[in-house]
Design a protein around this ligand. Structure first.
Ligand code: ROI
Length: 168
């Protein structure tokens, strides 16, 4: 089994419900099990400001799916939840990004892991440190060090992780 961290984001069509449905779908993947889910954070958009705030979270999935097989599944879930993406850096119903896949470094046409911009994004790093406070990235950087940069973030928790319940 491989430990994989997945970022979830939505700012259309009831974002909290989008994330909950996506977590349910991740939990139902074959040869996979969700082992941790962060709180849901409301965050200001990165990109054009004339769009709604996002709801973001990070989940840990233990899976034996290979990276591209997992990517196929994430894209299937995005499409099954009626993914719309209206413009580049714009609003979307659901984004599922592989942040980390075990300690693998992947640079292929379809997939870059670790996620190319994760260390710059408070809506990724803060939920990640919540569920994996001892994590070290493949380049040796600790999540604690990365999180220090966002110590004064202004995101609000809209659903606490203890309130997130998934069915089997
Ligand atoms: N901004 C926030 N706050 N959260 C996201 O998940 C998000 N996703 C995106 C862009 C448009 C870059 N901005 C975002 O894809």
């Amino acid at each position: 089994m491989n430990k994989v961290y997945i970022a979830l984001g939505s700012n259309l069509a009831n974002p909290q419900a989008q994330l909950t449905a996506a977590l349910q779908a991740l939990n139902a993947l074959s040869d996979s099990r969700l082992t941790a889910v962060s709180s849901f954070y409301q965050s200001k958009p990165l990109g054009p400001q004339d769009q709604s705030d996002y709801v973001n979270a990070v989940a840990c999935l233990e899976t034996s799916l290979a990276p591209l097989a997992l990517l196929d599944e994430l894209q299937r879930i995005e499409h099954e939840q009626g993914r719309v993406r209206l413009r580049r850096w714009g609003e979307r119903t659901l984004d599922l990004d592989i942040l980390l896949y075990a300690d693998h470094i992947i640079q292929s046409e379809r997939l870059t892991v670790p996620h190319y911009d994760m260390h710059q994004r408070e809506f990724v790093i803060i939920p990640l440190v919540e569920i994996a406070p001892h994590l070290v990235l493949p380049n040796g950087q600790s999540i604690q060090t990365l999180a220090q940069k966002f110590a004064d973030h202004h995101m609000v928790i809209v659903k606490h992780k203890n309130e997130i319940h998934l069915e089997n």
